[in-house]
Each structure stands twice: as structure tokens, then as C-alpha cells.
Design a protein around this ligand. Sequence first.
Ligand SMILES: Cc1cc2nc3c(=O)[nH]c(=O)nc-3n(C[C@H](O)[C@H](O)[C@H](O)COP(=O)(O)OP(=O)(O)OC[C@H]3O[C@@H](n4cnc5c(N)ncnc54)[C@H](O)[C@@H]3O)c2cc1C
Ligand code: FES
Ligand code: FES
Length: 473
Amino acid sequence: MTRFILNDTLVESTASPGTVVLDIVRYHQQLKGTKIGCREGDCGACTVLVGELNQERVEYKSMTSCLLALANVEGKHVVTVEGLNMEGLSPVQQAMVHASGTQCGFCTPGFVVSLSGCCLSREKITEELAVRAIDGNICRCTGYKSIERAAASVAQQLAQKNTEEPITWSVEKGFLPAYFAGIKERLKTIQGGTEATIDPAILVAGGTDLYVQKHDSMHHAVVRPLANDASLKGIRFEHGECIIGGACTAADLLNSVELNDHLPKLEQHLLLVSSTPIRNMGTLAGNFVNASPIGDLTAMFIALDSTITLSGPAIPGQARNDRSIKLRDLFKGYKQLDKSPDELVTSLRFTLPGKNTRFNFEKVSKRTHLDIASVNTAIRLELDGDTIREAHVSAGGVAPIPKYLAHTSVFLAGKPASPETVHAAIKVMNDEIAPISDARGTADYKRLLLRQLFFAHFLALFPERFTLKELVA
Ligand SMILES: Cc1cc2nc3c(=O)[nH]c(=O)nc-3n(C[C@H](O)[C@H](O)[C@H](O)COP(=O)(O)OP(=O)(O)OC[C@H]3O[C@@H](n4cnc5c(N)ncnc54)[C@H](O)[C@@H]3O)c2cc1C
Ligand code: FES
Ligand code: FES
């Protein structure tokens, strides 16, 4: 049985743990405000807020309920648009009306839920952050300018929000219904209910790949939820290394102040990955094990020269069977991994960048947001004065696997950071990639893209040294 609070009501569901929350909400609980658009995480019509008890706080995140396994909301608070309703319209709903942010209304519950997340967050909400909160919501008829005006109005109204106690403040000011104030204590009474794992089970982390790829079979599959497994979470810094739990999400990386201090452009890079609700769900390990040749997190962490730890199944009375490999060595062929089905990716580690390290990520996709890459690439350079001492370059979309550009990396080591080096490295790079023509572009186009992105790396890494004209001359 899965226990969670849905809006103001405790639900004890005996549905299959692989059922998506969207179906629980609409068909088991008859709450039809949450809409079905794409069932693939693309449109945001099914967005819900999921609140998780973290010590003495309930932290809420927007998620697409069409990809959210019931098992992953065990012990949590799920908020649909009905759970935001009060006597009159809430200030967020009112802002959508005033700004003419709705026409047919199909997308509106999703926008209202995403924007209401701003009331619950501990961040000081700016207009930019309010617009970012709806980056996973698509509207086919209103036009985004009016919805952006509604978001700006919400940000203005939340200007005085108490960021230490956002829930209390939002309830007092009439942004949220009164029952939110009691959710923390109610959640405490339903913790620790996860049932023992049944082997063999499908490992479900965020579900953002699994539920797109195997939509129908997942609903009745035996699943092992990883989203609640504390041993797979957390970002630590030890002995000059960063260690990240396999079930950390892209949002966890984005929200880690210390990690962003070490990788100052990480936020900019991560905002190119999917959308807010998908970043709130999709995990590092899911990105690696899904083995997509264009996984963005995979490209970033290959270039960071990361090592992953894989853990075999626990045998009673024996230590876990752990082993570590370079992330780049995980990929053996198209969707073939150096990993048995029952091995868990428990963590990833990489050496922290020093003052002579430079790191960059580039991606081209058909749309800036909410789109997978045609080609992506990342690079880490260790410099010794003007010389590249060590290099690690990755590229996606140019081979059957996320590609570590081993020859290019070796070639760059020991060379001066100069336009000549960049041009010569591109020749080496061209010999070690094998793009194919597909829906994302022809093989020639992808070669061209990677060349341009390689230039972009050096322009981003050495703004003081290169101009575009000098580099491409
Ligand atoms: C709308 C949308 C947009 C997207 N945009 C992007 C994008 O811009 N860039 C991008 O790179 N990806 C994108 N994705 C893909 C996806 O979100 C990412 O690949 C994500 O990181 C997958 O993680 P997950 O936790 O959801 O994986 P899941 O779907 O839970 O799992 C994927 C696979 O990994 C396995 N697995 C999960 N965790 C572990 C573990 N700890 N150990 C062993 N096996 C494990 C699962 O069994 C499964 O086989 C997008 C997806 C959607 C739906
Ligand atoms: S139905 Fe489109 S994101 Fe869920
Ligand atoms: S108002 Fe019609 S889809 Fe947005």
C-alpha cells in the first residue's frame, strides 16, 4: 500500500506502485483538474506539486504527474489544482485572469500549479524565477506574453514573502488554503512506510525516461523506487573531490551553492537541460543508465573525468559488492553498458576544479528549452600557464554512445591554447566521430555542429584570448 496526502486528504492506495500519479488523481480520486496532454513530460498540463519532509521543513517541487510513479510519492504531499482552491480565486489564479493568461483553459491548471510553487519555495521570487517556474508548461492558444505578465504579477505580490517560513506566510496572506499549515505534522505520521524490495524489480528513479520509453508496461511492473532512498542522495565535498549520490536530480545540482561555486557556469549549463519539473525528477544515474548518446548530464560528467560506483545486490551477511569505473567506460555500444541489470549506480565522484581548471558545456537543439540535443559537448582543461596540461572532451549525438573524445583529449595535452591547436584538434576530432543521419540532422550537419561547438568552447573558456574572427579565420 502507498500512503500519501493528496491535497487535504490522506490516501492509502493499493494500486500498482508503478501506476502514474496522473491516473491515481484523475481516475482513482476523480480529480479532473489535472489534465492529460502528451503523457511524455512535454506539455506540463498534468503538473502537480510534490512536498517532501526534509527534517523540519516540507519542500515542494513541481513534477509532471504523467511520469511520476505512485511509489515515488510514498510519505509525501501531492498538490493538484483542486488543492489550491479557496473561497474565491487565489492571487495566482487572479493574476492569470487579470493578465488574460487563459483562453481555452486546458493548460491553465498546470500553469497555476507551477506558479503556486513560487509561494512555497524558500527562494526570493523575482520575475525571472517566476517565468522559470513555468518553463515546463506549454499553451497552444493564449500566447506567452500574457502568461508572463501573470508570472510577473505573482513575483511582485510575493516580494515581501518570508523566505524562512514561506508556507506560514503564504497561508496567512491568503495565497494558499489553511490546511497547508498542518501538512508538516501530518507527513510525520506517515513516514517510513516503504515496503521491502521485491527482486527482480525495475529501478525507477525520476521515471522521466522509463515512462516515456515503456509507458504501457510500467504501470503493472514490479518497481523499486529510488527517489526516496536517502543513501543515493546528497552532494558531499571530501579530500578535494565532489561526491554526488546517484539519485540526485538535475535540480539538486542546480540548487547546490557549493557545487555552483566550484563550477560557476553550471547553472547556465543546467538550464539547457529539459524543464523545471523534469529537472526536479530526472536523476544523474537515470541519465547515465538510460545510455542515450545525447544525455546532457552524461556529456558533462564524462568531461569532468568522473568515476561512478556500482553496487551489486546485497547478499545477507556479506559486504556489498561495490566497484568503481570511469563513467566514460560504462558505455560499450548503443544502449549497451558495462553493468548488470541488478547493479545500482550509487554515486559519482570527480576531482574538484582548481584555479587552473576551465570547464564548459555546449548544446544545440531545435528549441532552447525542453528539447534534447542534436549535438552536445563538454570540455575540461587543466592549464599550466598558456599550455593545456590535461584535457577531457566529450560529445553526444556523433556516435552510438555518449562519446569520450579520447584522441582529441590526448592531442590537446601539452599544446598551447591557440587557434592553431583548436584547428588541429578539430581534425583529430573528425576522425574519431561517426555521426549518422536521423531526425535531428544529417551526419554532415552534426559534424559541422560539433566543430562550431568546439569553437564555442574555446571562445567561452578564453574570452580574454580569442575573438570569433581570430578563431575561425
Ligand atoms: C520532457 C523531457 C525532456 C527531457 N530533456 C532532456 C534534456 O534536455 N537532456 C537530457 O539529457 N535528458 C532529457 N530528458 C531525459 C531524462 O529526463 C533524463 O535522462 C533523466 O536524467 C533520466 O533520469 P530518471 O531518474 O528520470 O531516469 P528513470 O526514467 O528513472 O530511469 C532511466 C533508466 O535508468 C535506470 N536507473 C535509474 N536510476 C538508477 C540507478 N541509481 N542505478 C541503476 N540504474 C538506474 C532505470 O532502471 C532506467 O533503466 C528529458 C525527458 C523528458 C521527459
Ligand atoms: S501530460 Fe504532458 S507533461 Fe504530462
Ligand atoms: S489556454 Fe488553451 S492551451 Fe493554453
